[in-house]
Design a protein around this ligand. Sequence first.
Ligand code: GAR
Length: 197
Amino acid sequence: MKRVAILISGGGSNMVALAQSMVGDHKARPVLVLSNDPSAGGLTKARDMGIATAAVDHREYGKDRSAFEAVLQEKLEEAQPDIICLAGFMRILTEGFTAQYEGRMLNIHPSLLPKYKGLHTHARALEAGDKVHGCSVHEVTAALDDGPVLGQAQINVLPDDTPETLAARLLPMEHKLYVEVLRRYAAGDRSLLKISG
Ligand code: GAR
């Protein structure tokens, strides 16, 4: 059985979808939900699901990313994960940290990569007049929102969409995509998955 650690910063809806999916013949189980924000709503949800949680408050480390990551790494090592899922984890990770976990760390990003790396992806898709928008699950490498794409889900942009309506319509597709990519990844399948809603 593969051990999965999930890193979150907020509400953790992707984390909940992933955790709920890891049952039955799934090749993985959640062993830790870790947040950079002790008040993240997702931590309570994880505890309610009986999953171990930990928090490392990045604010205590100021600009010293390496010091923050050293503690993050300690918490991860205690849980001995085979796979790490970033699920709405909003801290940029250093090259040193990502190198430790290359080949076993996934991220979900709310755009059709390689478009719109970074923040405000929904607003940027609307500003560009895109007719389709979506999300991507990719393997994490040193460069931000880069690394091999394992899956993408696509939705149509409607004429009166706002960043908020677009985000709300995309979120259930994120859950569907991430759950399916993780299921395949845990079983050793890294082929590209495409879905549309
Ligand atoms: C999701 O939309 C995820 O794609 C995004 O944050 C949200 C987290 O929601 N991630 C990023 O923007 C990463 N750069 P959740 O906490 O409900 O899963």
